[in-house]
Design a protein. Structure first.
Length: 333
């Protein structure tokens, strides 16, 4: 299953790389492309948030209705009636909060595969050549000298790209045996701003200040966390503005901090290319939140929902009356 997904993403990156000639720029285009694909889920989430604001008075009345019941019975009654309300109103609490994340998971998995195995999925290097080159990286001790000891197994293909000349110098026979494959790897630019996209921040721990590249690599998790926090703060601020009496504010505060912390951990443990995708995605998500928040402002969306509900109710009542009248006519006959 994952191999098929990686192959699709590898083809997409080969296509982008053939136009721009740089993996980093291809990654930027890739990120923008998928943020556009995710736009409908973001819009759906915004509409769901507005619908939840509209449902708040009804939810409050449900809780007040059962406030004198015993705790266990009260919770059961509230939960049952709340679910019935959600069903009537066409609201999905899971879909509203989890849909964007669920849609992103295949993208993250596909991206992870092509970053972990660029020789196989992007460059389509033969298995024989990959085995020979990755074995040489280990035997020559290049991985340790490149600051990737902790990622020697998981990201060894990226190490081959970054240290190709050292591999050839240590094992010149490979140049004769795999001349075509090596030329293809030489033409592959797997860096941006001098940063090796296969580098892993956690592998550079303790090397801060050694070089400009290592500082930039270590800055990736920090930037990722800050951009995620910025988006979370904006989202919560808009929700509070739309619904000042919003409940579960403590839980919302925890969510606001958990996403940035997850971003830091995620980009700290994985290659820089994943971190760049995460940062770009956070920035685009922030811009989308601004634009969509203006277009689908809660008050405008709620007003539209009220009109749609009124039209639906009138149409339903009209159809019901027509059916009843038709049945009465049939009975009269």
């Amino acid at each position: 299953m994952f191999d098929f997904l990686y192959s699709i993403f590898g083809y997409l990156f080969r296509f982008l790389f053939s136009f721009v000639g740089n993996y980093g720029l291809a990654l930027v285009i890739f990120t923008v492309f998928f943020r556009v694909i995710l736009l409908p889920t973001t819009v759906k989430q915004q509409k769901s948030s507005a619908k939840m604001v509209r449902l708040q008075p009804k939810l409050r009345r449900i809780r007040e209705k059962y406030q004198d019941y015993a705790p266990q019975e009260r919770n059961m009654k509230i939960q049952q009636e709340t679910q019935e309300l959600y069903q009537r109103e066409g609201y999905s609490s899971m879909g509203a909060s989890c849909l964007p994340l669920v849609v992103q998971l295949p993208i993250l998995w596909g991206l992870y595969g092509v970053i972990r195995n660029p020789l196989k999925y992007v460059l389509e290097i033969s298995e024989e050549a990959i085995t020979a080159l990755t074995t040489a990286v280990t035997e020559l001790g290049i991985v340790e000298s490149a600051g990737k000891a902790s990622a020697a197994t998981a990201y060894i293909e990226a190490s081959v790209i970054s240290n190709l000349e050292a591999i050839i110098e240590g094992k010149p026979e490979l140049l004769t045996q795999f001349a075509a494959e090596i030329e293809k790897i030489r033409a592959f630019d797997f860096s941006v701003f001098g940063i090796d996209l296969g580098s892993i921040p956690s592998a550079f721990y303790g090397e801060f200040g050694v070089s400009k590249a290592s500082i930039l690599v270590l800055a990736i998790p920090v930037i990722s966390g800050l951009t995620s926090l910025l988006t979370s703060v904006l989202t919560q601020a808009r929700q509070k503005k739309a619904n000042p009496n919003m409940e579960n504010q403590q839980m919302m505060g925890c969510m606001m901090l958990s996403m940035p912390l997850m971003s830091v951990w995620f980009t700290w443990s994985l290659p820089v290319a994943m971190g760049m995708y995460w940062i770009l995605s956070n920035i685009l998500a922030f811009l989308q939140t601004l634009v969509i928040g203006h277009i689908y402002a809660p008050r405008k969306t709620i007003a539209k929902l009220m009109v749609e509900e009124t039209v639906y109710r009138r149409s339903y009542e009209k159809n019901r009356k027509t059916i009843v009248a038709h049945n009465n006519e049939n009975e009269a006959e």
